[in-house]
Design a protein around this ligand. Sequence first.
Ligand code: FES
Length: 82
Amino acid sequence: MVKVEICIGSSCHVKGAGQVLDIFRERIKEKNLGDKVELAGKFCIGKCTEGVCVTVDGELFSVDPKSAKKFFEKEVERRAGV
Ligand code: FES
């Protein structure tokens, strides 16, 4: 199980955390990854200037809604073994 956490703090929210979450959800549905990837929200982790902050198995990344799909393919699907 790959654990993906998205910051739901206000600064990341303004930068599109909701959109990033939607894109991840969509991708999980599309590729049927519900049993391989776990999505969760996370409170502000103090890296607001680098938002949208996303961690994948504890590793921190900065994700933009525009690059969210590519990011998911590269960092999450790879770890999930798809
Ligand atoms: S709001 Fe996301 S790191 Fe602070």
